[in-house]
Structure formats: structure tokens, C-alpha cells
Write a protein of this length. Structure first.
Length: 248
């Protein structure tokens, strides 16, 4: 059990519980502020460019000469700009968010573990970005499947907010789930799990990954499920290998 300080507060990694809460509030304020500022910049300065990029999977499948969305409410344009601004700001602020998260965790790490903070921040950003990219390029296949399920009698003319919500949600979920190897290696560094335990339970891990991929894939199509599950299975074994190399 952690020692009790003279003020009656429990000390955690050399800091009292109150100090940890203040530290958490500071890190959250910096992260939220970064997202808000970057969301404003993205929403008003980069809106058209981002909309063109995100609508490309739909335009590739569209039979119309000019690819466009169907707005059914006067507020659709404003809602769309806010949504793109928020997700764009969240993506651009991800380096700051990951850095602040690791800064909050760092006081609880041992001296030899703190040297991994910068590599883990870089890895977090890289894997999050990779997940978003995989979701983006797999979305065209997901869209083709979803259109084919309804049959040729259904004409695809999407509402912008519904379409953007789906593709942005997929990119966000893929980005977050691609943090899986970072989490696994971190757990090995703090001795919560070992490479031997990971390899011993690989069969159950594969089943769990496939099931969770089916549950968390927003589009529900088999191609996107496999695009999520296959990399996660590879990451599982790679993480065990990294843990072995680190001597855990």
C-alpha cells in the first residue's frame, strides 16, 4: 500500500492524490484546448480540402456525373463543418494528446522505464495515423458492399452528415484500436503480462480479436472487419516479440 503523507493524503509515486488530480486536470485542459484551437482552424480553413478527401470513396462509386451529397435540412452544412472541424482537430492534436497522456503516466514509472516515453509517444502517433489510413482506404470496399446488399433497385444518394459520421467514426475506431501493440508492450514493461503469457494464450487472443473486430467495426461489412482483425493479430505476435527483445 502506498504511504500516507502528513496531510493525510495517500502518496502515489511521490505525489499525493490531490497533486495527481491537479496534474490530470492540467493535462486534460491542454489536450482539450489543443483540440478546440485546431478544430477551429481545420473547420474554417481546411474544410473544403478535407471534405473532398473524405468524399472520394463515395465519388469513386457514384454513377452521377458530378459527385454531390443530398442535404435534407438547412443546418446540414453547418453541422458538417463542425463535425469535420472536430475530427480534424482531434487528429491534428493527437501528438499533443498522446504526449500529455504519457507525461501524466511518467511519474509512476521507474527510472529505467522513463526512457521509453518519447519512443512510445512516437509509436502512439504512428499507429493511430496508420489505423486511420487503413480505415480510409478500406472504406470504398465497405461502401461497395453496403450498396450491393440493398440490391440494384436502391439508388445511393447519401446525406452528408450520415456519410461523414460513418467514415470519420471508422477512422477514429481504427486509429484507437491500432494502439493495441503500444498498450501490450507497455503492459509488458510494467510486468503486468509477459511474452510467455501472451504466447500461451494466442488462440484465445485471436478469437477475441476477431469477435471484437466484428463488434466495433461501424460499417459491419466483412472486408472492414478483416482489415481491422488481421493487423491486430499481427500486432499481438509482434508485441510479444518486442517484449522478448526487451527482456521481459
Amino acid at each position: 500500500m502506498a504511504p500516507i503523507t502528513q496531510s493525510g493524503k495517500r502518496a502515489i509515486a511521490g505525489m499525493t492524490l490531490g497533486e495527481h488530480l491537479v496534474e490530470l486536470r492540467t493535462r486534460l485542459m491542454i489536450s482539450v484546448g489543443s483540440v478546440a484551437v485546431l478544430a477551429l482552424l481545420v473547420g474554417w480553413l481546411g474544410y473544403h480540402e478535407i471534405l473532398n478527401i473524405l468524399s472520394e470513396p463515395y465519388c469513386k462509386l457514384s454513377t452521377a456525373k458530378n459527385c454531390s451529397f443530398l442535404a435534407t435540412a438547412p443546418t446540414d452544412g453547418l453541422t458538417l463543418r463542425i463535425k469535420i472541424g472536430f475530427f480534424g482537430g482531434l487528429f491534428m492534436a493527437s501528438p499533443i494528446i498522446f504526449y500529455e497522456a504519457w507525461r501524466f503516466i511518467m511519474p509512476g514509472l521507474k527510472k529505467n522505464e522513463k526512457k521509453y516515453v518519447i519512443p512510445f509517444v512516437f509509436a502512439s502517433i504512428t499507429f493511430f495515423s496508420a489505423g486511420a489510413v487503413v480505415a480510409y482506404f478500406s472504406f470504398e470496399h465497405a461502401l461497395r458492399f453496403l450498396q450491393s446488399v440493398g440490391g440494384s433497385q436502391i439508388h445511393a444518394d447519401y446525406q452528408p452528415n450520415n456519410y461523414l459520421s460513418l467514415i470519420l467514426l471508422m477512422m477514429l475506431i481504427f486509429g484507437l484500436t491500432f494502439e493495441f501493440p503500444v498498450v501490450l508492450v507497455s503492459l509488458q514493461l510494467v510486468n503486468v503480462v509477459t511474452p510467455r503469457k501472451l504466447m500461451r494464450g494466442w488462440r484465445y487472443a485471436i478469437i477475441a480479436i476477431v469477435v471484437l473486430a466484428g463488434v466495433f467495426t461501424p460499417s459491419g461489412d466483412p472486408f472492414s472487419m478483416m482489415a481491422l482483425a488481421v493487423p491486430l493479430i499481427f500486432f499481438y505476435f509482434a508485441s510479444a516479440g518486442v517484449g522478448k527483445l526487451l527482456g521481459k
